[in-house]
Ligand binder design. Structure first.
Ligand SMILES: [Zn+2]
Length: 320
């Protein structure tokens, strides 16, 4: 059994005993004699129509920092529940749901894809509507190449299916849900992407995204995020959030007011490499802050955003 530090931290989270916290083993990933769980958390109201914030990380096994941001937030939240009555009252009316590590096998193997060589963020049954970028946009040539989508007409990978099932169960009946999937590795800036990834045509909730961006700009005027549609950077096949977003709309044909806004935070890791070029020779150095002060800063940096989105999800009438 591989020693996976992130899974150890998540197991510690499962030991918190509190009426407001539920832990779910969603599935297991089996490879090379190992069997690693995909663990989900639901926190707050048991009423699934209540507004919700979803926090996700570790889709790509090399991008450990995404899982760390989610684990850091949950650890802080769980500790806060032991003394903050106001937070407990707030959570009676809303929910936080989370899978901090979606691809534990990839993280254990120090690779972007899952143990089958499939890139989870290219694995959904969605095709790019526009000209795509060779390999990067997702392909079906070989699992030995990065960005492999998996074989056509095969079911989704265990990790992808666990994510879809969890979102369907925990977010689809919510009056208003916001989710963030934490990644790293693209460019110098922290980018907050919204759908679509498959096309640069505007997605149906563009108005709500604009409203959310307006209150973000007003509330946190010094924030560092570049808010843009993912397709501005590149279009891809098989994006899980495109797929989940469209499933959500289908599911809610009779409840058009129910909204799910799935964000992807792409932390600009090149800035860490630029400030500390030697780290590209360390394991995961291209995708994660290595120096401890930079790591600490990264952990702090996004807590404000998560807290903002938590409040925004609860106060959805202000933007929906
Ligand atoms: Zn990623």
């Amino acid at each position: 059994m591989r020693d996976l530090h992130e899974l150890k931290l998540i197991r510690e989270l499962t030991h918190f005993k509190d009426d407001l916290i539920e832990t779910h083993e969603l599935d297991r990933v089996n490879f090379e004699g190992a069997s690693l769980p995909i663990i989900g958390f639901t926190i707050g109201s048991k009423d699934k129509t209540k507004p919700a914030l979803g926090l996700f990380g570790g889709v790509h096994g090399l991008e450990r920092v995404g899982s760390h941001v989610v684990i850091t937030y949950l650890t802080s939240l769980f500790k806060q529940l032991s003394w903050d009555e106001e937070l407990r009252t707030r959570l009676e009316d809303c929910r936080i749901v989370s899978i901090p590590l979606i691809n534990p096998g990839g993280m254990a193997l120090h690779q972007r894809s899952n143990p089958n060589g499939v890139d989870i963020m290219r694995n959904a049954p969605v095709d790019c509507k526009e000209q795509s970028t060779f390999l990067l946009s997702g392909h079906r040539f070989s699992p030995k190449l990065p960005w492999y989508r998996g074989e056509e007409d095969k079911p989704m990978e265990v990790e992808s299916q666990a994510l879809v099932d969890f979102c369907q169960e925990q977010l689809f009946n919510s009056d208003a849900a916001i989710s963030v999937d934490f990644h790293s590795g693209f460019g110098m800036k922290d980018r907050l992407w919204f759908p679509y990834a498959k096309t640069s045509s505007p997605f149906p909730n563009i108005k709500q995204v604009q409203n959310l961006k307006d209150i973000l700009d007003e509330t946190l005027p010094h924030h560092i995020y570049h808010v843009e549609p993912q397709a501005d950077s590149y279009t891809i096949n098989g994006d899980m959030w495109d797929y989940i977003y469209d499933l959500h709309r289908d599911h809610n044909k009779d409840h058009p007011e129910r909204t799910l806004i799935p964000w992807t935070l792409e932390m600009g890791s090149w800035i860490w490499v630029k400030k500390n070029p030697l780290q590209i020779f360390s394991s995961g150095g291209f995708f994660n802050p290595i120096k401890s002060h930079r790591y600490d800063r990264t952990m702090r940096r996004h807590l404000l955003l998560i807290d903002f989105l938590f409040r925004a999800s609860r106060n959805y009438k202000s933007w929906r």
